[in-house]
Design a protein around this ligand. Structure first.
Ligand code: OAD
Length: 252
């Protein structure tokens, strides 16, 4: 295991086909809390409603009984005026330079796209679209979000609840995520940024690459996968991005 930042940057310099997995830690510098950190969502989630356990806010079975906490949280997310972090911008630049081929993000904040990244797989879904839970009709966020802003539960003309296409616990990830297994040979480096790697299959599928190609993690805290990863950097992502960006530009 290598902990040296220069060696990690050198691995990025040499790679031509990078796969990146991002988690909530890449957006904390944009003002969006992560989930399991000290100030993370699961520590403050009670303000959105009485939940049996924190993760219930994203549990499909619980949503069917009580969707209100999820919509209360969604209202806050719709109101947030967040901008991409330095690290989001750095990844967009690496894609423009042809190095990053795909960003798989567990985040639903769309900051990679806003930063200019084109090839982004939102494996935990999106707020951009939504579906009626009863008749399946599709809605855009412009159609369903006004109800959320008025503290109402968005409802379809058939009476069913309209649920944003965010992937809940108990739901499948998009097929394009599972196709990653078949795309595996085209990548020559896998980088994890800002994820505790506690939620499967996002963590396990991406970690299955580590026995075939070089791997790297940049995260404030240690994860239980660190001992399987070649380059392990425990650092703030924007600090890492600033150093790496300067260094890579100098040797372009
Ligand atoms: P977590 O909150 O579990 O982990 C975020 C990680 O980012 C932590 O290990 C932090 O130490 C690290 N971190 C925070 N700020 C950082 C910074 N500025 N620089 C570097 N590292 C930083 O978030 P995820 O791993 O994304 O799923 O969580 C995965 C999934 O759990 C989410 O997509 C969500 C959640 O339940 C669903 O809701 C389905």
């Amino acid at each position: 295991m290598v902990n040296n930042i220069e060696n990690a940057i050198d691995a990025i310099r040499k790679a031509q086909n990078i796969l990146v997995l991002t988690g909530a830690g890449i957006s904390t510098n944009s003002g969006i809390p992560d989930f399991r950190g000290e100030k993370g969502l699961y520590n403050i989630v009670k303000k959105y409603g009485n939940l049996p356990y924190p993760e219930a806010i994203f549990d499909i079975e619980y949503f069917r009984i009580n969707p209100k906490p999820f919509f209360n949280l969604s209202k806050d997310l719709f109101y947030s005026d967040s901008h991409p972090s330095i690290c989001h911008d750095f990844l967009a630049w690496l894609e423009e330079k042809g190095k990053i081929k795909l960003i798989v993000t567990q985040n639903i904040d769309m900051l990679h796209t806003i930063a200019g990244s084109k090839n982004v797989l939102e494996c935990h879904g999106t707020y951009t679209t939504a579906h009626c839970q009863k008749c399946g009709r599709k809605y855009s966020s412009e159609e369903y979000s006004p109800a959320i802003m008025e503290n109402k539960i968005p409802r379809c003309s058939c009476g069913g609840i309209i649920k944003p296409d965010v992937v809940f616990f108990g739901e499948n990830l998009p097929d394009s995520f599972y196709n990653l297994y078949y795309d595996r040979p085209k990548f020559d480096l896998v980088i994890v940024m800002g994820s505790s790697l506690t939620v499967n299959p996002a963590a396990s599928v991406v970690m299955s690459f580590t026995d075939k190609i070089p791997s790297m993690i940049i995260n404030l805290e240690a994860t239980h996968y660190d001992n399987q990863i070649d380059y392990v950097i425990h650092k703030d992502l924007d600090e890492f991005a600033k150093i790496a960006w300067k260094n890579l530009k100098e040797t372009e």
